[in-house]
Design a protein around this ligand. Structure first.
Ligand code: SF4
Length: 371
């Protein structure tokens, strides 16, 4: 069970099981009814990777960064239902007013990338590194796709959070403070961003937490500029340069647009790389008749194609690359969590402990201040 899940499911709460077999139309009617009943006290946030059946009920949509901002700015609500994954709900809890409860409809909706770096492993790495380099001159940078206690680690050690929208600005901020960065958990975002800033690959060793000293010599660590954690997104790592080549062969006018969580060889083969919001803006503003192959999560690409019928928008892989954990948030779980709010037995409240909240907020606010 995640450390931030403080609430228990009360025995008087409605059980989930009957929702599995209730007709979807009935569940959807129930969701609409509770939304109407709670009015502005309820805010449903939906991540772009969410399935259509769920996103139709979102009051606001966004990527991790935009949703974090929206949560921070929410002034009227008492309840936030977060249709995303666990770290996003934690971030919303950290940034919202204390009286707001953030609910994740299915607590099993995690993020495989976030799970690749945990606090014990990062603290052990920090301790090992302190034997070789001056950690007062090392900025820990965590991608927003990480647990709250890692954000707090960054807050305590002069570090910061980044997203795929602001990773470059955050690295520039970091290098203005100190000469080295420890970047976790996504090696690809770290590498793609740092390389675009002109940092040589030779100065970006990948820290393997399973090996002594991350698998590197002291000399290599001393020569490093960005230490990349050995983590990745299981969805974005599915894209390959060969997929890009196939599309170029079949559609000579195609523009290939990928997310920076893709591996470097895919980014190199693409025409454009950018965050989820960048991908949406680029395709939405593209001229009619243009052709796009997009390397990011499947639900987002399918929705983008449906919303841009005057363009050809295709998914950059023959395989189904969808975020399986986010897919756990479905209509039955959404209806179940709303019904429980309505009857006064809220379930799945994500509550980050106060000390962690304080330091994670320090790191998040540093990020929100970076322009
Ligand atoms: S798409 Fe990848 S990084 Fe994003 S939530 Fe899913 S597993 Fe995590």
């Amino acid at each position: 069970m995640p450390a931030s899940l403080l609430t228990t499911i009360e025995t008087s709460a409605l059980p989930f099981e009957p929702y599995r077999t209730t007709p979807v139309a009935e569940l959807e009617a129930r969701i609409r009814s509770v939304k109407a009943e709670l009015g502005e006290a309820l805010l449903i946030l939906g991540h772009h990777y969410q399935q259509d059946e769920v996103i139709q009920f979102a009051d606001l949509r966004g990527d991790s960064y935009k949703l974090a901002q929206m949560a921070a700015e929410s002034q009227l609500c008492r309840w936030i239902i977060f249709c995303g994954v666990h770290f996003m709900a934690e971030t919303a809890d950290i940034l919202t007013r204390p009286e707001v409860d953030v609910i994740l409809p299915d607590m099993a909706a995690g993020c495989s990338m976030a799970d690749m770096a945990d606090l014990d492993a990062v603290e052990a790495a920090w301790s090992d590194l302190s034997d070789v380099i001056d950690t007062d001159d090392l900025t820990p940078v965590t991608y927003i796709n990480s647990a709250a206690d890692l954000k707090a680690f960054c807050g305590r050690h002069g570090g910061i959070v980044c997203t795929s929208s602001n990773a470059r600005a955050v690295l520039e901020w970091s290098f203005a403070q100190r000469k080295r960065v420890l970047f976790f958990p996504d090696q690809h975002l770290g590498r793609n961003t740092a390389r675009a800033m002109g940092i040589p690959l030779a100065q970006m060793p990948v820290w393997n937490p399973a090996e002594p000293m991350g698998g590197h010599s002291e000399a290599a660590l001393r020569a490093s500029k960005v230490l990349l954690w050995r983590g990745h997104c299981s969805v974005h790592q599915m894209f390959r340069p060969a997929h890009v080549a196939q599309f170029r062969q079949q559609y000579p006018d195609v523009k290939v647009l990928v997310h920076p969580e893709c591996q470097m060889s895919v980014v190199d083969a693409a025409d454009l790389v950018g965050s989820t919001e960048f991908i949406l803006k680029t395709v939405n503003e593209a001229p009619a008749g243009s052709t796009w192959a997009v390397g990011t999560e499947l639900h987002l690409v399918n929705r983008l194609a449906a919303e841009n019928p005057d363009k050809t928008v295709m998914f950059l892989s023959p395989m189904v690359c969808m975020c399986a954990t986010m897919y756990r948030i479905d209509v039955p779980h959404l209806a179940w969590s709303l019904d429980n709010i309505a009857q006064g037995t809220p379930v799945n409240i994500v509550k980050v402990p106060d000390e962690t909240t304080h330091w994670a907020r320090v790191a998040l606010e540093r990020m929100l201040d970076v322009k």
